[in-house]
Design a protein around this ligand. Structure first.
Ligand code: 0A1
Ligand code: ZN
Length: 849
């Protein structure tokens, strides 16, 4: 639990640190209840900093002794750390503290997971290990000695010496404390090697428990692909002789980029055919790449302060997205990324938790590891790249790396590299970092004497603490088609900078059909009166794959909303458009699967709210089911031929081609189940040789009320595997009918395997319920109460995961008065819980404001 009094930190109050750290020596004498940490830190005064008292951060530490230049001192201890009188010049600080890793259930600092020691120091966890200036702009060279009887002892950098019961590590690269890591455990390695383009031989290891050794090969391949890609695309090579990855079962997030010693949630690194879905393989590859890419964007160049978090996260997400696109195809990846933006980031940006990509204040920084900082931050990098072009982008990045290597940088530094390398004025673009909210672009058009005009107006809505937004610099990619579907104007980048602007295209024979915001060129909402006929036309003809998909999506949404408002049956035009796409063998199966997927229930609720209406979660659920049933009937005769055309005859491979085929056949299996009541799904469940097909069959059977036997069989087969068991918990709740979801979740929390202190397991039940829209938003409020009860229980154990999950309430304003009041009272109950953590308290306060 956090004991320090809540305090708001402001970007505008940044002050340079009073002292630099030259070197840090740490000795760990590991013991579960009483680990001793002995530190020796060489400080030198920072001549460029304003005068300030000497202060070290420290939380939940027992100070045993402290000395300056060998003379014992008695510092003043506070809830946040200590202060002490220090000499004028350089000095050596020495201290010994005691901590209890086995009692650390918050999983921040040094903690234990299944008998192994591990650490998580970002953002401010190092202060739970020893007294230190725990801020990212203090970078030191670390030497670490670990004493323990456990066989594998790891820290950052290169291994320098070891003996029975001890090991020493030295990291030559200066780093902030948040990149420190230590692991001690009974582990085995999947080992490999890599020679960098600079000729450095690097030892690669993925450390796991012995039982997981057969789940490492895919991750190792992903690591090597990432190393090659960063050399080829960014010219960046690895810089140590060893790169270690460790899989940990208890972890709050996906993974962590500690220098030379990445620590992973086991769900984000372990993968094999029988236990992992195609989505799991893709996630593992992306997260391994993400953490590896941080070695340059985050570690070699870090952040001056936590307000600059998007400097490393937005850029690194952009890099991992480009990597996945290069390896597996950009069109499908762009659609997936746009779905995350629209379903999650736009939602965050429109609600009580909205904040700029670079926030200006926070109470608990852990609450700002958000889809806005990460994914919208990545969109800003993508827009910069579009504006300066591929060569300009590479020149700007080269300049950024040479100029700031070894430094803790800011967004100002980042933008200056672009301006200096490309001569582009980015003053207006910078507003994207400061203004929260999703811009709305209202588009109208006209055609006169061969000239087509697009009139675009932009407006960004008010968000908490921000009104009167200024116009942004927005890259809008546009193409024009004639009425045969031929492209008369190829993709052109319009730069919108004014509140209202007109763009003209001359010399056209007839009024064209515009294809706007191609490739999702900016994270904005387009508002334009488009007929369903025009959407159907673009669904058939658009040459931009993103807009082709988006036209189908908009059409589906319009059709479904029409059914909600007016009843009636699924529109024949829509069915015909889908049939054309489904049977178009020139279309990649993955793309066909995406086209076939109807907008999610959340998507429809957001759309209704965007039109100023109050969505009804039950009506949305029922209508979507009815639409699927009617689609299944309409396509029944087309499905068998498509299914056989995408059958896989080769051995299993977790690649894009097979993944696309499996995705399409699973969508079709789901449609077939309306008529056959589960015969085909049960057959797939019984014979599947991979988790994608086994789990989707189970999910389909459960959604059709025919999954009890399969769920039991799945448990019997997989109860020994923690990661697969998470899926078993989750799918029963996600696939439950609205009226059953809370009961299913309640029953599962009573299951002996519900280890609620494990974040993955907790999320697989409580998170699955908040993700089942109609189940969570049950009219009687039982969903809200159930989730609130569990969050209240988890908070004293793990504030960080509690605070992240309470964000599931952020759609509150969207619903009817009765639901909103019930949500409000559940949140109030959480807020009024005595001793609530700083993390959760900040989140509920923002949600209720
Ligand atoms: N930097 C990591 C994410 C991360 C952030 C915070 C954590 O604990 C509070 C853990 C991991 C990344 O971007 O992958
Ligand atoms: Zn990251």
């Amino acid at each position: 639990m956090n004991t320090a009094a809540p305090q708001t930190i402001f970007l505008s109050n940044y002050m340079a640190p009073g002292w630099h750290v030259e070197s840090v020596n740490l000795t760990f004498k590991l013991a579960p209840e009483a680990t001793r940490v002995i530190s020796r830190i060489a400080f030198t005064p920072n001549p460029d900093a304003p005068a300030q008292p000497f202060m070290l951060h420290g939380e939940e530490l027992t100070l045993i002794s402290a000395a300056i230049d060998g003379v014992a001192v008695s510092p003043d201890l506070t809830a946040a750390g200590l202060t002490c009188d220090v000499p004028d010049g350089a000095f050596i600080w020495e201290a010994e503290v005691e901590i209890a890793p086995v009692k650390n259930t918050a999983l921040e600092g040094l903690y234990m997971s299944n008998g192994m020691y591990c650490t998580q120091c970002e953002a401010e966890g190092f202060r739970k290990i020893t007294y230190y200036p725990d801020r990212p702009d203090v970078m030191g060279v670390f030497t670490v000695r670990i004493e323990s009887d456990l066989p594998v002892l790891l820290s950052n950098g290169n291994a320098t010496a070891s003996g029975a019961g001890w090991a020493e590590w030295h990291d030559p690269w200066p780093k902030p404390a948040y990149l420190f890591a230590l692991v001690a455990g009974d582990l085995v390695a999947h080992n490999d090697s890599f020679t960098t383009m600079e000729g450095r031989d690097v030892e690669l290891n993925i450390w796991v428990r012995a039982a997981d050794l057969d789940k490492c090969a895919f991750g190792m391949g992903a690591l090597k692909r990432s190393m090659v890609w960063d050399e080829q695309v960014y010219g960046r090579a690895y810089d140590l002789d060893i790169f270690n990855i460790v899989a940990v079962d208890d972890f709050n997030m996906g993974a962590m980029e500690n220098k030379g010693l990445n620590i992973f949630n086991s769900s984000a690194v372990l993968a094999k055919q029988s236990t992992s879905t195609d989505a799991d393989f893709q996630r593992v590859e992306a997260i391994i790449a993400h953490e590896y890419f941080h070695n340059w964007t985050g570690n070699r160049i870090t952040c001056r302060d936590w307000f600059q978090l998007c400097l490393k996260e937005g850029l690194t997400v952009f890099r991992d997205q480009s990597f996945t696109g290069d390896l597996h195809g950009h069109a499908v990846k762009r659609i997936e990324d746009a779905l995350v933006m629209r379903n999650r980031q736009f939602q965050e940006d429109a609600g009580p938790l909205a904040h700029p990509v670079r926030p200006e204040s926070f109470v608990e920084i852990n609450n700002f590891y958000t889809v806005t900082v990460y994914e919208k931050g990545a969109e800003l990098v993508g827009m910069l790249k579009r504006l300066v072009g591929d060569d300009g982008y590479r020149a700007a990045l080269d300049l950024y790396f040479t100029r700031h290597d070894g430094q803790a940088a800011t967004i100002e530094d980042w933008l200056a590299a672009f301006t200096d390398a490309t001569d582009r004025d980015l003053t207006q673009f910078k507003r994207w970092y400061a203004q929260a909210g999703t811009p709305r672009l209202t588009v109208t058009d006209d055609f006169k004497n061969g000239t087509y005009s697009l009139h675009i107006a932009q407006q960004t809505p008010d968000t908490p603490g921000q009104t009167d937004k200024l116009p942004l610099h927005i890259p809008v990619a546009v193409g024009l088609l004639d009425d045969t579907g031929a492209e008369v104007v190829a993709t052109t980048l319009l730069e919108l900078t004014e509140a209202q602007q007109t763009f003209t295209f001359d010399g056209l024979a007839s009024k064209p059909v515009p294809s706007i915001l191609r490739d999702f060129s900016a994270p904005v909402i387009i508002e334009r009166d488009v007929t369903q006929a025009e959407q159907a036309f673009l669904l058939t003809h658009d040459t931009d794959p993103f807009n082709r998909w988006d036209a189908g999506r908009s059409l589906a949404r319009a059709v479904l909303l029409d059914m909600i408002a007016n009843g009636g049956d699924l529109d024949a035009g829509y069915i015909n458009g889908l049939r054309a796409a489904l049977t178009d063998s020139t279309l990649d199966p993955a793309m066909r699967a995406l086209l076939l997927a109807m907008p999610s229930e959340a998507d429809m609720a957001i759309a209704l709210a965007g039109q100023g209406q109050t969505p009804d979660p039950d009506a949305i659920h029922q209508t979507r089911r009815k639409a699927q049933r009617q689609l299944a009937e309409a396509l029944a005769t087309d499905i068998p031929a498509v299914l056989s055309s995408v059958r896989i005859d080769a051995p299993f491979a977790p690649d894009a081609d097979q993944g696309g085929r499996r995705a399409l056949s699973n969508s079709l299996l789901s449609l077939l189940t309306w008529a056959d009541k589960g015969t085909a799904a049960q057959a797939q469940f019984d014979t599947a040789d991979n988790m994608t097909q086994q789990l989707s069959a189970l999910s389909i059977l459960l959604a059709h009320g025919a999954g009890d036997a399969a769920a039991q069989a799945f448990y019997d087969q997989w109860h020994h595997d923690r990661l697969v068991l998470n899926k078993w918990f989750g799918v029963q709740i996600s696939a439950a009918q609205p009226q059953d979801a809370v009961a299913v979740a309640t029953r599962l929390t009573q299951h002996p395997d519900f280890e609620w202190k494990n974040p993955n397991r907790f999320r697989s039940v409580i998170g699955a319920l908040t993700g089942n829209q109609a189940g969570f938003h049950r009219a009687d409020g039982a969903g809200y109460d159930f989730v609130a009860d569990w969050l209240i229980k988890l908070d004293p154990v793990n504030p960080q995961t509690t605070a992240r999950m309470v964000a599931g309430f952020d759609s509150m304003r969207r619903w009817d008065d009765a639901r909103r009041e019930k949500m409000r009272s559940a949140l109030t109950r959480i807020k009024d819980t005595p001793g609530l953590s700083r993390d959760t308290s900040e989140m509920v306060t923002r949600l209720l404001s």
